[in-house]
Structures are given as C-alpha cells and as structure tokens.
Design a protein around this ligand. Structure first.
Ligand SMILES: *[C@@H]1O[C@H](CO)[C@@H](O)[C@H](O)[C@H]1NC(C)=O
Ligand SMILES: *[C@@H]1O[C@H](CO)[C@@H](O)[C@H](O)[C@H]1NC(C)=O
Ligand SMILES: *[C@@H]1O[C@H](CO)[C@@H](O)[C@H](O)[C@H]1NC(C)=O
Ligand SMILES: *[C@@H]1O[C@H](CO)[C@@H](O)[C@H](O)[C@H]1NC(C)=O
Ligand SMILES: *[C@@H]1O[C@H](CO)[C@@H](O)[C@H](O)[C@H]1NC(C)=O
Ligand SMILES: *[C@@H]1O[C@H](CO)[C@@H](O)[C@H](O)[C@H]1NC(C)=O
Ligand SMILES: *[C@@H]1O[C@H](CO)[C@@H](O)[C@H](O)[C@H]1NC(C)=O
Ligand SMILES: *[C@@H]1O[C@H](CO)[C@@H](O)[C@H](O)[C@H]1NC(C)=O
Ligand SMILES: *[C@@H]1O[C@H](CO)[C@@H](O)[C@H](O)[C@H]1NC(C)=O
Ligand SMILES: *[C@@H]1O[C@H](CO)[C@@H](O)[C@H](O)[C@H]1NC(C)=O
Length: 494
C-alpha cells in the first residue's frame, strides 16, 4: 500500500492525496541529491584519470602522430628532378597543315633519343609488335623508321642495357616475329595474359628508360605509328620521381606476366603510390611548378593509392570551368566488346552535366576510318544534339579524317587519328585508352595528368601546347562537324 502511495503521485499526481504527494516528492528530492553527488564524484574521478592518462601517454602519442604526418608529407612534397617535358607527335605522311601551324618533335626522334641515350635499362609496356612491314608483306619506305627503332632495340643487350618487354598475347604469326627477334637478342619478354586475367587486353603504351626518362602516349610498337597513323604522346627526360612511379605500373604488368600468374589482392605495399588526384606530385616541368600524377586501369591492376583512369577523366571533366577539349580515336557510351550489349554512360553523363550545369564548352574530335563502328556516330550525334546557342549548351562534335592516297589506302590499319588526350583550361591529360567502357573496366591503360597553373618565364605551359594541337586539328581541313556528314561511311572510306 505504502509502495503504491509513494510512487503513484509521480505517475498520476491529480488522483492522489496532497500530503502523500509532498512526502513522495521530498523523498524523491533526497534521492536526486544523492544521485547527483554520486555522479559528480564519478565524474571527478574520471577527469582525474584522464588527466593522469594525458600526462603519461599524450606527449608520446602526439609525437608519433607528428612523425607519421611528416613521413606522408615528405612523400608528397615532390621532387627536385630537373624534368624536361616534350610533347611529341606522329603526323602521317601526306597530312599537311597550313603554314605556321603548331609543330612538335616526332615520336620517332624521341624514341631514337631515348634508345641511344639508354645506359642501363629499357622497360616497354606494349599492346602488340609489328615494327617492320613484314606483317603486310609490303615494301614501303615509310616502314624504315620502325625498322630502325627495332634495330636499336635489338642492339641494347650488346651495349649492356637490359630490355624488358611486357606484351599482350600475340594474335597472329606476324605479331610473333618481332617478339622472337627481341627474345633472341637477349630481351626479357613477358606475355601478359590480360584476356584470361581480366577479360581485356594490355593496351598500355609506355617506355621507361634507366628509371629516369619515359615516353607515354597513343603510339603502338607498330611502324605505322611513326609514319602512317596520327599519334600524340609525351617524352619526359631527367625525371626519376615520375619515371619510378610509372615503373611501378610496369612492375605490376611484369608480375602478372609470369606463367599462370593471378592478380594479387591486395597488391604488396611496394606497388602503392602516394601520388594521385588528391595528392599529386609537386614537381617542376621545364622549370614550371606542376602537379602531376599517373592514373591506371583496370582497377584490379593498381596498387594502393593509384587513381583509376576513369576517375581521373571524370574528375578533370568535373573541375573544368571553361572548356573540355577531347581528342580520342573512339568514343562510345557502351561496353563495345561485352555480350549481351551494355550501356555505359560513365563519361557521357559528366560531359552532359558540364554542358548543362556549368555551361562548359565541350568539344569532341573523334576519328573516322573504314573500321569505325556505325553505332559510335549515333551516340556522337546525340551529344552534338544537346547544342543550343540560346540556352548556352555549348557542345560540338567533329570528325577527323586522315587523307590517303591510292597507295596509302592499301596499307591495312593505317591512316587514322589515333590520339587519346584531353585538355581543359587547367589540365593536360595524355592517355592510351579509347573512350568506351571496356577500356576502363577490363583493359590495361595508363595516363599522365599535368596541372600547371602558370608558366615560369615566357615559355608556354604544357596545357597551352596541347590546346594548340587540339585547335590546329579542330580548325584544320581534316575536321568536319558531325551534323554536316550525310553518310559517315562515305566520308571515312573516301
Ligand atoms: C584547306 O582548305 C582551304 C579552302 O578550301 C584551302 O585554301 C587550303 O589550301 C587547304 N589547306 C590544306 C593544307 O589543304
Ligand atoms: C606565317 O608566318 C610568317 C612570318 O611570321 C608570316 O609572314 C605569314 O603571313 C604567316 N602565314 C600565315 C598563313 O599565317
Ligand atoms: C622481315 O623480313 C626480312 C626479309 O624477309 C627478314 O630478314 C627479317 O628477319 C624479318 N624481320 C622480322 C622481325 O621478322
Ligand atoms: C638531362 O640531364 C643531363 C645531365 O644533367 C643533361 O646533360 C641533359 O641535357 C638533360 N636532358 C634533357 C633532355 O634535358
Ligand atoms: C615489390 O617487391 C617484389 C619482391 O621483391 C618485387 O618482385 C616487385 O617487383 C616489387 N615491386 C615494385 C613495384 O617495385
Ligand atoms: C601452368 O599451368 C599449366 C596447366 O595448368 C601447367 O602445366 C604448368 O606447369 C604451369 N606452369 C607453371 C610455371 O606453373
Ligand atoms: C550564337 O549566338 C550569338 C549571339 O547570341 C551569335 O552571335 C552567334 O552567331 C550564335 N551562334 C550560332 C552558331 O548560332
Ligand atoms: C581502340 O584502339 C586500338 C588501338 O589503340 C584500335 O586498334 C582499336 O580499333 C580501337 N577501337 C576499338 C573499338 O577497340
Ligand atoms: C591545379 O592546381 C592548383 C594549385 O596549383 C589547384 O588549385 C587546382 O585545383 C588544380 N586543378 C585541378 C583541376 O586539379
Ligand atoms: C621543355 O623544354 C624542352 C627542352 O628545352 C623543349 O623541347 C620543350 O618544348 C619544352 N616543353 C614545353 C611544354 O614547353
């Protein structure tokens, strides 16, 4: 009874007699004070404990956290290498620009420079090898440059320079002959079975020389890439920090190029990189402060910290404020090689978003040749259809066609613009992949991303040089607005 009298008032005060209520409240008050005192005591004890803990442990903890931060920062803050960056191109024979057009050194010349100056090692990541025109059973003089490069490569071992070649599985006897020649010259060759490993191909094209110089770009190890196909790349000299980071990507191909290899997951820590889109390398290129990183695809081949090639493309598009100029051979919002067919709008969406939300000027310069896929042009028309001068949806698509004489038309897989780059008002992106889903999901590719805010002295920035290349091609006689093409087959096959 008392029990209920005590507790009832608190729950139902209006139903209870006042005196009982008072008594109950007093009791409750006393209990509260007691609880409060206990709470304060516990709190004080806890505070004391924390203070003691701090006194003994915090200084130690503080110093460890400082050293860790220092180590991480030490890795990120760059590199004093006197890097020299040269934009290089192959301009197909017979493709002539107007007088005073921008001209860059040739890929052939830079490859020759790299090889003749190699002192200890040459590492080459490659898709396939056809450096002589044995493959086409033709005898055209324009194969001479490729043949010369192959000769230089075959001489390396005698000069005490080691040569390592990572290559996709050859799919014809013609593609086997250069590789056999390389092997007999003493080169170390590993066939990276990408079709088995990831369902893609090893499509990457780069060279690393003496862990110090490198080339990266669209050119294949193909004589046509020097004289019959339009290519763009970058050759960087005296740049160990970047060259060693690129060599980590090579080492990953080398690792999975062993017989019966599987892809390590996760990759050992020595494949990790501190350089990526969030913490790029701080480095001077031609004396100009630059932020640089290398991205790679497909994701399973990357060590910790490496930016995926797709992420790098998307982030560059997303941060563009004025323009995004893209020059790629193939562009398609699909996984071209998947069955059943799959739509893949990952890049497409970001381009449309840039046009719609930020009124960024987007220009695509895409290639057309007899092997182009008709569906590509349908999707490109769809992008171009977004153009609206009144609403400031500023997107344009042009098709670049490399001209060919009757003789040149006989050369298979030639006479095409094979470029794979992007330039915005801030960033130069030089890659090795076509822009469709397969290339980022399954196929191995690599890109060099350079952000130079301003140039030292009067020299042009890399961004300005690449923009000049794009504009030269965009306004040249070889580009046509997609909407003016009546039938792409007619235009591309001449
Ligand atoms: C480009 O076309 C214009 C006009 O048709 C012509 O005058 C010019 O010579 C052409 N230039 C080249 C390099 O073909
Ligand atoms: C090319 O440059 C020269 C010298 O600067 C100039 O005289 C000439 O008019 C230029 N030609 C064109 C087509 O711009
Ligand atoms: C290409 O053909 C020539 C002559 O037939 C031959 O001597 C040479 O070894 C071949 N080169 C390769 C890389 O197969
Ligand atoms: C690279 O550095 C060496 C030695 O400092 C120098 O002789 C050479 O000219 C440099 N190469 C380039 C392309 O800048
Ligand atoms: C990491 O170490 C392993 C074992 O020493 C070596 O085989 C591999 O090439 C190294 N990777 C890199 C990126 O240096
Ligand atoms: C690779 O696998 C094949 C077939 O499973 C086997 O015969 C061969 O010995 C293996 N090679 C190595 C180097 O493990
Ligand atoms: C777009 O509009 C501007 C003025 O608003 C005009 O000067 C320009 O010619 C237009 N361009 C096209 C391609 O219609
Ligand atoms: C992509 O690029 C490669 C060579 O870089 C080329 O052979 C191929 O035709 C291109 N297109 C597709 C759809 O793979
Ligand atoms: C380029 O670098 C500057 C700092 O030098 C930075 O503020 C800017 O965000 C960078 N831009 C991109 C697109 O990474
Ligand atoms: C950097 O310097 C080299 C050597 O002087 C030069 O060939 C190259 O064009 C320069 N690169 C840029 C982007 O200005």
């Amino acid at each position: 009874m008392k029990f209920t009298a005590q507790y009832k008032p608190i729950l139902f005060p209006e139903e209870t007699d006042n005196t009982v209520l008072q008594h109950g409240l007093q009791l409750e008050k006393a209990r509260k004070y007691h609880r409060c005192a206990l709470f304060i005591a516990v709190l004080l004890t806890l505070l004391l404990c924390v203070m003691v803990f701090q006194l003994f442990f915090f200084p130690i903890f503080l110093s460890t956290s400082q050293t860790t931060t220092e180590i991480i920062l030490g890795q990120d803050v760059g590199c004093d290498d006197p890097c020299s960056f040269v934009l290089v191109e192959s301009i197909p024979e017979g493709l002539v620009y107007d007088a005073n057009s921008t001209i860059n050194p040739s890929i052939f010349q830079s490859w020759l420079n790299l090889l003749t100056n190699a002192k200890s090692s040459v590492d080459i990541a490659s898709f396939y090898w056809t450096m002589t025109n044995n493959d086409t059973k033709t005898h055209v003089s324009s194969a001479g440059q490729g043949e010369l490069i192959l000769q230089e490569l075959l001489k390396l071992k005698q000069r005490g320079v080691s040569l390592r070649v990572a290559v996709n599985p050859p799919n014809s006897p013609q593609q086997q002959s250069d590789i056999s020649a390389l092997k007999s010259s003493g080169a170390d060759v590993r066939v990276v079975n990408m079709p088995i490993l990831t369902g893609g191909v090893l499509h990457t094209k780069f060279w690393v020389i003496d862990d110090k110089h490198f080339y990266i770009g669209s050119a294949n190890m193909d004589w046509r890439s020097l004289t019959q196909v339009k290519e763009l790349g970058a050759t960087i000299y005296n740049c160990s920090c970047l060259a060693q980071d690129l060599d980590k990507i090579f080492e990953s191909y080398w690792t999975v190029g062993l017989p019966n290899a599987t892809i390590p997951s996760p990759w050992p820590v020595n494949f990790s990189t501190p350089y990526n889109k969030d913490t790029p390398m701080q480095i001077k290129l031609n004396g100009t402060e630059s932020q640089v990183y290398l991205s790679s695809s497909p994701p399973p081949l990357s060590g910790e910290g490496r930016t995926d090639d797709l992420q790098s493309i998307v982030s560059i598009i997303d941060t563009a404020k004025k323009f995004v100029y893209i020059s790629v051979m193939d562009y398609s919002p699909t996984e071209e090689f998947s069955h059943p067919r799959r739509y893949w709008p990952d890049i497409d969406n970001h381009l449309r978003k840039a046009v719609f939300e930020r009124h960024v000027n987007v220009r695509l310069l895409i290639s057309c040749w007899k092997n182009s896929r008709p569906s590509m042009f349908t999707f490109l028309r769809s992008l171009a259809a977004l153009y609206n001068n009144k609403s400031h949806y500023d997107i344009e698509v042009k098709i670049f066609v490399v001209p060919a004489s009757a003789e040149q038309k006989k050369i298979p897989y030639a006479r095409v613009n094979h470029n794979k780059y992007m330039v915005t008002e801030a960033v130069a992106y030089i890659g090795t992949s076509n822009w469709s889903g397969d290339y980022f999901l399954n196929t191995a590719g690599t890109a060099l991303v350079v952000n130079q805010t301003k140039s030292a002295g009067t020299s042009e920035t890399i961004q300005m040089k690449l923009q000049a290349v794009f504009e030269r091609d965009w306004y040249s006689n070889y580009s046509r607005t997609i909407s003016t093409l009546s039938s792409w087959t007619e235009t591309c096959t001449f």
